[in-house]
Design a protein around this ligand. Structure first.
Ligand SMILES: Nc1ncnc2c1ncn2[C@@H]1O[C@H](COP(=O)(O)OP(=O)(O)OP(=O)(O)O)[C@@H](O)[C@H]1O
Length: 238
């Protein structure tokens, strides 16, 4: 089995103060092996997105620790967290978070722009990833003019551009019709299987959850069930 790419140790994340404090995630221990696929499931409001955001270093836990490749992240500065996120993680959320008025290519290379990569290199890598997702002919189109499925493919291209170790997907097919959702789902699992990218998916969709190697069930912020007990990790191929 590969070493954990992400490890949560007794992670608690709360909202509000005093008697209004709500532990949206409470004492979660969870280890994700490199190359596995994990679904985070549970009822609405159970804490799935909060857990994912905490694992993805978008939110800090109020207690406990999140380790990435074995490194404790609690002492990192905001800038260091941002760099780690940008290098290691890709994000595919239900809302596409596209910059309207800008081209598909501009949107795809955004993480490289943030990382300070030069324009020629950005363009080369942007076109490469768009070709991989069969979207090269749309490179110059305005992002807002794409169909829903094309937008989500753009988002996957943007998530892939930094060659991430982990893709976090929060209801990735939630805004898509069933057929388009299947295509996007297929793409995500191909990346997991063929490129060893770890996939962590928050979903209400039982079929999508079933395609993942493991399922973590969250109830009132607590991890209640983890199935199967042993991770089905594939070799990391990065
Ligand atoms: N920014 C916030 N401020 C205050 N409370 C919040 C905030 N974000 C989430 N919560 C609360 O934390 C709890 C967990 O929310 P979270 O979004 O993680 O659940 P979820 O399982 O992802 O829900 P859903 O499936 O509906 O998206 C909920 O009770 C929610 O109301």
């Amino acid at each position: 089995m590969s070493a954990p790419v992400i490890e949560c140790r007794n992670v608690t994340r709360s909202y509000g103060r005093g008697e209004n404090t709500l532990n949206a995630v409470a004492g979660v221990d969870l280890s994700v092996a490199a190359g596995e696929s994990l679904a985070i499931v549970g009822k609405s409001g159970s804490g799935k997105s909060t857990l994912m955001h905490t694992m993805a270093l978008l939110d800090r836990p109020i207690s406990g620790a999140v380790l990435v490749h074995g490194t404790e992240t609690g002492n990192l500065s905001g800038r260091q967290l941002e760099r780690l996120r940008n290098q290691e993680f890709g994000f595919v959320f239900q809302q596409f978070f596209l910059i309207a008025g800008q081209s598909v290519l501009h949107n795809v290379v955004l993480p490289l722009t943030i990382a300070g990569i030069r324009p020629a290199e950005r363009r080369r890598r942007g076109m490469e990833v768009l070709e991989r997702l069969d979207m090269a002919d749309k490179a110059k189109s305005r992002a807002e003019n794409l169909s829903g499925g094309q937008k989500q493919r753009l988002v996957i291209a943007r998530a892939l551009i930094t060659n991430p170790a982990v893709i976090f997907a929060d209801e990735p097919t939630g805004n898509l019709d069933a057929a388009t959702g299947q295509i996007v789902e297929g793409l995500l699992f191909d990346l997991n299987r063929e490129h060893g990218i770890t996939l962590i998916v928050v979903t209400h969709d039982p079929d999508l959850a079933d395609r993942c190697g493991r399922q973590a069930m969250i109830h009132d912020g607590r991890l209640t069930t983890l199935t199967p007990a042993a991770p089905t990790a594939v070799e990391e191929s990065r």
